[in-house]
Design a protein around this ligand. Sequence first.
Ligand SMILES: CC(C)(COP(=O)(O)OP(=O)(O)OC[C@H]1O[C@@H](n2cnc3c(N)ncnc32)[C@H](O)[C@@H]1OP(=O)(O)O)[C@@H](O)C(=O)NCCC(=O)NCCS
Length: 246
Amino acid sequence: MIKNGRKNRLQTIVVREFEPKDKAEVHQIFYEGLMEMVPDTAFRGLKHHPESLLLYTAMTVLCFVITMCWWVIGFLPAIVLCGRYFCSRHVIHGYLEHAMSTDMGDIEGFYMKSPDACLWVAVLEGKVVGVVAAVGQQKSGGAVELQRMSVDRKCRRCGVGFALGQKVLDFAAAHRYSFVVLGTTAYSPAAHQLYQRLGFRCVGVTNGYVTPGARWSLLERIFYRVRHHHYSLDVQHNKITSNGQQ
Ligand SMILES: CC(C)(COP(=O)(O)OP(=O)(O)OC[C@H]1O[C@@H](n2cnc3c(N)ncnc32)[C@H](O)[C@@H]1OP(=O)(O)O)[C@@H](O)C(=O)NCCC(=O)NCCS
């Protein structure tokens, strides 16, 4: 149980293990968090990819040279933004389908039956407002992966994400894992700031990451391009308080 010391000092965040009755709320929070990635990737992500900007400029110049119509210069950026939006939506829907056909479609079977995995919910005033999961990675010995972090939009900046992240770190320490790792394609600062506040360090970036569920068609190659940040935290050397200070 963690006392929330930020926005609303009287509320108490409880982080507990998933129960079957939480399924609908967990799916809703996960879905809404994922859908926020659509405009994030399509619009905010654009300025982080100069190679895409260069490609769109070249496409505009080429179209102008072929058609010799000035209106192409004004029209093409609108097409590019629409293309980016719809391709991001398509890939993220594919990712959602992939998640629902694996772990998120069978939370109990995937997370709650193995000692090396778990999914937790954050409860605020009796309502499920956040979700996070952890999975021990058999391949890279000693690491547990933080996954599926999402908080209800109405309850953000209240310490819910931090409390959920802390739960994963406690799980890793209790199970004697050496590292907690995670990956994110988010461009909004919220996820990055949260992980850094929890003590994670960015250990690598993959430009042109292939999102699970993506078909990698020509349109997706042109309009969907993301960076994948890899974060890691050394569990045994991480001393962190509930205020986020190391
Ligand atoms: C990222 C997310 C989980 C954060 O949840 P949250 O409950 O709002 O986070 P907290 O209130 O615990 O914030 C903890 C710290 O994270 C950082 N942070 C959170 N939201 C932030 C924002 N919008 N801008 C900048 N920093 C932010 C701050 O350092 C904050 O500490 P502070 O409030 O003392 O400054 C939430 O924004 C979310 O669900 N986003 C959509 C889904 C997503 O991106 N998931 C991660 C995918 S990998």
